[in-house]
Design a protein around this ligand. Structure first.
Ligand code: APR
Length: 320
């Protein structure tokens, strides 16, 4: 059986890391597409040359032609502009919307059956626009945000509790931005919910609140340190986890920016929700019941996403 084909649209910081991880994990052959001539070709060759030492079997190539992504099983989109210090994800909207148009059309024309994972920010609006421009089925176009946000939450919690990250699970809902909703009562250490750990004296509510805020600001913290770009190792790892769930039909339960049509009381919006990813893409959205406070935070987050989608429609009336 031929190896799966993975197309990476954008060969920048995240794109290069995605290619390296896909090769190391032998997820399939990788084609990197980028408008910057030489960048995808150079990164593909560099990674291929690590193959003999690592011992992976995966073909790596770079291109400026969408025809070379023909028949891809997975497309991961990072094309666009990343944040610089002082910029919010929303500042990227106008520039990256235009990029989503060309990418959506390029994927639809050449890899219409692919599972498409969008990483480009502002995420919830860009994945919506990418789906609109591509016309592809909603269950096959998804945004990567929740896996990364919950990974950040898990990391900070493991530091606080002094336990392995493997034993910490975390639950994050809503848009990928300052309004994201980390859900403490569904976040656990070895199954023990965070509010119980506060009651047991393992941590305090103040410390927990500070961790939740640090999670919300997780992307900005890295932008502030790097100064010339935004996070790329953890975002790439998160998207690879989603791609692997699809390619191997793992039925992973992962928080993703998925198209809600009735779930969570939403009609026609992409927002971060718990999903099941398998061979059919987003196979299920787990429509949990929120408490009054959680619902208020979720509504606030959804309103921020709706504002961005409205702005997209104003910039490009073909989306209205
Ligand atoms: N088509 C294809 N590639 C494009 C296009 C386009 N129309 N426009 C820009 N690119 C490419 C750039 O040439 C660059 O190589 O997208 C790449 C983006 O790479 P980086 O600037 O290194 O950005 P990165 O850190 O990878 O982040 C990409 O993901 O997390 C988000 O906010 C982040 O929106 C940003 C995206």
């Amino acid at each position: 059986m031929a190896r799966p084909k993975i197309a990476l649209i954008g060969a920048g910081q995240i794109g290069g890391t995605l290619a390296h991880l896909a090769a190391l994990k032998e997820l399939g052959d990788v084609v990197m597409f980028d408008i910057a001539e030489g960048t995808p070709e150079g990164k593909a060759l560099d990674i291929a040359e690590s193959g003999p030492s690592e011992g992976f079997d995966a073909a790596m190539s770079g291109t400026q032609s969408y025809e070379d992504i023909a028949g891809a099983d997975v497309c991961i989109v990072t094309a666009g502009v990343a944040r610089k210090p002082g910029m919010s994800r929303d500042d990227l909207l106008g520039i990256n919307l235009k990029v989503m148009k060309s990418v959506g059309e390029g994927i639809a024309a050449n890899a219409p059956d692919a599972f498409v994972i969008c990483i480009t920010n502002p995420l919830d609006a860009m994945v919506w626009a990418l789906r609109e421009f591509s016309g592809m089925p909603h269950n096959k176009v998804v945004g990567m945000a929740g896996v990364l946000d919950s990974a950040r939450f898990r990391h900070f919690l493991s530091l606080e509790f002094g336990v392995s990250m493997r034993d910490v699970s975390a639950f994050v809902l809503g848009g990928h931005g300052d309004t994201m909703v980390p859900l403490a009562r569904y976040s656990t250490v070895a199954g023990i919910p965070l509010p119980d750990l506060v009651s047991m004296g393992w941590t305090t509510q103040e410390k927990l609140d500070a961790i939740i805020q640090r999670t919300r600001d997780g992307g900005a913290e890295i932008v502030g340190l790097l100064k010339t770009g935004s996070a790329f190792y953890a975002p790439a790892t998160s998207a690879i986890e989603m791609a692997e769930a699809y390619l191997k039909d793992q039925k992973r339960v992962l928080p993703c920016a998925a198209y809600c049509d009735g779930e969570f009381g939403l009609n026609g919006f992409y927002v971060g929700v718990p999903t099941v990813i398998g061979a059919d893409g987003i196979e299920k959205i787990i429509d949990i019941k929120l408490t009054k406070d959680e619902q208020a935070m979720f509504d606030n987050s959804v309103n921020a996403v709706k504002g961005l989608v409205k702005a997209c429609k104003e910039i490009d009336p073909s989306l209205a």
